[in-house]
Design a binder for this molecule. Structure first.
Ligand code: NI
Length: 255
């Protein structure tokens, strides 16, 4: 069994064929999918999708790339969304210094605020970083109290960043379809992540694995990424999937 912990399934072109997307996901062995929000609008959409489709669970939060228009009052709404029984995380949140650094302070402010809310509600955080992993890890470490837990999604940090994350109990990393690309450079990072620290994700509709590179990604393609990771780590794919499944259940679905 596989869980896709990160699929942005709220885009119109996906919603319009949701039954088929979920059917293909189930055929690939996927039992649950977590849909992460980036702002208020997507949080609202995700909650209604969770009500409609049994397989779907949600994460609500403010993505650093969408923080420009976020206001302090929005945090109240976020707390309301977190009451929903199928919302299992605060996300995605974090820092993104790739697209736009003019809102750095605001990004940091909302990242910290949302971490506090997650701690308060005892929910995991889904952390997005781009050109900012070191600083995000520093903030998580500073806020870490043994109770804070979460995922560094689509991990793109250095070996040093990974070492710091591995020190935090209940923090995990996951990789996207780009690990299947010929020029993927961080094979050694994947080698160095213990299996008990790994999660599974697609980041649908982005970062489709080979042989679908450049096309719209979907949860069913998760198996290509997992297969590649199992080859890199020299573990039988089924064994890897079982171990990852357990990690995902422990983090998001508290078994
Ligand atoms: Ni995402």
């Amino acid at each position: 069994m596989i869980i896709d912990t990160h699929a942005h399934l709220y885009y119109d072109d996906i919603v319009s064929e949701m039954d088929k997307v979920l059917e293909r996901a189930a055929e690939s062995g996927i039992s649950r999918i977590i849909v992460p929000a980036v702002d208020i609008q997507t949080s609202v959409k995700i909650i209604s999708l969770c009500d409609k489709y049994e397989m779907l669970y949600g994460a609500v939060g403010f993505h650093p790339g969408d923080i420009k228009d976020t206001e302090s009052g929005d945090i109240k709404l976020l707390e309301e969304f977190l009451q929903h029984p199928k919302v299992v995380a605060v996300g995605e949140i974090g820092l993104d210094y790739y697209w736009d650094v003019s809102y750095k302070d605001k990004q940091i402010y909302f990242f910290k605020e949302q971490i506090e809310i997650a701690k308060d509600k005892n929910l995991p955080v889904i952390v997005h970083t781009r050109n900012s992993t070191k600083e995000a890890v520093e903030i998580i470490t500073e806020k870490y109290d043994g109770n804070l837990k979460g995922q560094f999604h689509c991990f793109s940090g250095t070996s040093e960043d990974l070492d710091e994350i591995l020190k935090l109990e209940n923090f995990f990393v996951s990789f996207c379809g780009n690990v299947t690309f010929k020029k993927y450079k961080d094979i050694n990072i994947i080698e160095n992540v213990p299996v008990n620290k790994l999660l599974s994700e697609t980041d649908t509709p982005y970062l489709s694995p080979e042989p679908f590179r450049g096309k719209r990604n979907e949860p069913a393609y998760i198996k290509y990424t997992l297969k590649k990771i199992s080859e890199i780590k020299n573990i039988e794919c089924g064994k890897l999937e079982t171990a990852i499944y357990r990690n995902v259940m422990n983090l998001f679905f508290t078994i």
